[in-house]
Ligand binder design. Sequence first.
Ligand code: ASP
Length: 430
Amino acid sequence: MNITTKILIWMIAGLTLGSLINIFAANNSVIQNYLVNGLFHIAGTVFINLLKMLVVPLVTFSLICGVCGIGDINKLGRVGIKSLALFLLSTTLAISLAILLAVTFSPGESHSVSRDTSDHFVAPEAPPMTEVFINLVPGNPIAAFAEGNMLQIIFFTILFAIGLLLTGDQGRPLIDGAEKINAVMMQIVNIIMSVAPYGVFALMAKTFAIQGVGMIMPMIGYVGIVVIALLCHVTGTLMILLKCLGKVSPIVFLKKIRAAQIFALSTSSSNATIPITLKTVEQRLGVDNSTAAFVIPFGATINMDGTAIMQGVATVFIANVYGIELGISGYLTVIAMALLASIGTAGVPGVGLIMLAMVFNQVGLPIEGIALIMGVDRLLDMLRTAVNVTGDATITVIVSRSENSLSTEVFNDPSAGLLEPIHFSRRASK
Ligand code: ASP
């Protein structure tokens, strides 16, 4: 059985067990203390930490190899501009689709505002936009690495790699070293993937034991439209872009991206999923390391199609609930704000709500309205993160194709990059 199928089975098992605990054992203190907040919590958090542990070193060494592999600063600039333009395009399409669907189906018109919940809501603070641009350049790179600040790490690592290239022969041993460390990091990703089924199981079981799916019912209008828009974006918009611009088969792409989607779904974090997304696009989809190492972490930080979709639907929903007319200019502001907000915030769980506060502020919607959708946000966060990661991978394939560096042989080979059983007795050759 391949690893993706195995993870999928464990994911469904976790979801089922968690939902059963939520229904039948919500007040059973033994199950809650020892299982949900004990075993599941520990195993799930350890698993997320295992993934997060890899992000900074993997991105750093992969990016050094990538930039030095390109060896041409012009190409680097081209890849950067293309990916940024495509990220902006796909996010704009995502949020426009979401607003269109939400305006058509008008969720929330019959919803009565519950003052109880909204009065107690404290709006999360959104980062000011000016800071986002200033903070691109790390004043202290060590601090950037320690904090895992992805845009600053990308900035510093690219400069470092350009420095290495310019150093010529003297820099060569460091480039070779980075390549070796990168290969080691990829092996560690394989090890972590082999224990992923249990980690994913624990995360799903815990989330569903705490959340349950019952709370979706009163919010079914809102949740339904978000889910439909997410599905349309992944299977429609993104795949049309992939077919037209990348000229590769969307079916093959969707089959191969599944592992990364499941990791995103269970961790709710594009950032924590970076190691798996990188491995998938390079080894399963045939993207060259130079493009993948730059576009994937860049996308995980600034490209959030799924989050933008949630924001589009949430804005229309809350406007309907409070009876506020937004009008065309309001919607255009929402699109612009959601774009800026997705650039300014990192791919970590729950960040979409903070960004939503920014959007609401700008269009004059009551921030406390966010309280209404908070209850279902944990579950929607899972789905939208899977869409965010799919968007990053789609754009990476398109950019790689446009640079003529996508291996269609690997892309079309169903068994390319599949995880092989790990033999710990294997020794490094002398
Ligand atoms: N969890 C999402 C991500 O990591 C961001 C969000 O929508 O909250 O991509």
